[in-house]
Design a protein around this ligand. Structure first.
Ligand code: NAP
Ligand code: 4JX
Length: 292
């Protein structure tokens, strides 16, 4: 009890004060003007919406997904909406060589990268997990491993621009979600990996922001088809969701919560985890790793 009164409560107080009173920068669409942005999974759904919003803000965009024809249409629409430039490279994120080469080519084409938005996922239906190991492997490779491969390839360019990495995840990457075990595992993996390297960057003075976007159910065609007849839940709109992701990345926020219910952000904020992460950092001596 004495320990709690002496240490834990003051720390919690300081932490909450910092959280609520630290000056928050306002988002302005001009922040994206002329910026060099990559969006994966951009042929439909939230990725397509993000491409259009970025185009309206005057960004340079390079898009990817598997379907060449659809990407061509999205790129044309981006140019109509005012993109500084718009290009695509089609390929599958099951192929790690494609994932890496895509980043190299996109970086060369734009002369650098300011923001990398990792958004694609492999197709997933709602099912009780029995024995589909192939889907577990594909989910981990497409939804997680390809994100890591692209991050590695983009990091020299993101360091150069003091840029932003944006990782699109889900509430299924924060809480247990029945019927979506493989998908949920791949989204939890994103949190473990990208939150850990975010702390490493902060401790070793690497100025690349990492934003993890925790989305609830969104009204994309894929999602509406997948839940039909199984879940009766009101989805949030994909255009507003796309803007929330871009804003979070531009403002260099650690996490973005976007869901129909405001309770999600409050309940998943997890002050226990934040305090433990904040405190654990003090036992590390990072001298050995700085500037390596
Ligand atoms: P979506 O509409 O199904 O779009 C998925 C995108 O990924 C498409 O552009 C698709 O294009 C691409 N893709 C699929 N397989 C691929 C592969 N093997 N290699 C490369 N690209 C591939 O998805 P969404 O609903 O917008 O979801 C976008 C993000 O939001 C995901 O990270 C998802 O986890 C997250 N999220 C969505 C919801 C929701 O309710 N919609 C909820 C929480 C989180 P091609 O088929 O042409 O390749
Ligand atoms: C069904 C359901 C219910 C998600 C987050 C989520 C994704 C999955 C499964 C959506 C796009 C899709 C197909 C709740 N949540 C979710 N899903 N919360 O990320 N779902 C569906 C729907 C992959 O491609 C509460």
């Amino acid at each position: 009890m004495a320990f709690m009164r002496k240490y834990l409560l003051p720390i919690l107080g300081l932490f909450l004060a910092y959280y609520f009173y630290s000056a928050k920068e306002e988002f302005r669409p001009e922040m994206l003007q002329g910026k060099k942005v990559i969006v994966t999974g951009a042929s439909r759904g939230i990725g397509e919406e993000m491409a259009y919003q970025l185009a309206k803000m005057g960004a340079h965009v390079v898009l990817t997904a598997r379907s060449k024809e659809t990407l061509q249409k999205v790129v044309s629409h981006c140019l109509e909406l005012g993109a500084a430039s718009a290009h695509y490279f089609a390929g599958t994120m099951e192929d790690m060589a494609f994932a890496e080469q895509f980043i190299v080519k996109a970086g060369k084409l734009m002369g650098g990268i300011d923001m990398l938005i990792l958004n694609h996922i492999t197709s997933t239906s709602l099912n009780i997990f029995k024995d589909d190991i192939h889907h577990v492997r594909r989910s981990m490779e497409v939804n997680f491993l390809s994100y890591v491969v692209m991050t590695v390839a983009a990091m020299p360019m993101l360091k150069q621009s003091n840029g932003s990495l944006v990782v699109v995840s889900s509430t299924a990457g924060k809480i247990a979600t029945p019927l979506l075990a493989s998908y949920s595992a791949s989204k939890f993996a994103l949190d473990g990996f990208f939150s850990s390297i975010r702390t490493e960057y902060s401790l070793t003075n690497i100025n690349v922001s990492i934003t993890l976007c925790v989305l609830g159910l969104i009204n994309t065609e894929t999602a509406m088809k997948a839940i039909s007849g199984i879940i009766d839940k009101d989805p949030a709109p994909k255009d507003e969701c796309a803007l929330a992701i871009i804003k979070g990345g531009a403002l260099r926020q650690k996490e973005v919560y976007y869901d129909k219910s405001p309770w999600i952000a409050l309940l998943l904020g997890n002050p226990g985890r934040q305090i433990l992460e904040f405190l654990s950092v003090y036992s590390y001596n990072m001298d050995k790793f700085v500037n390596k």
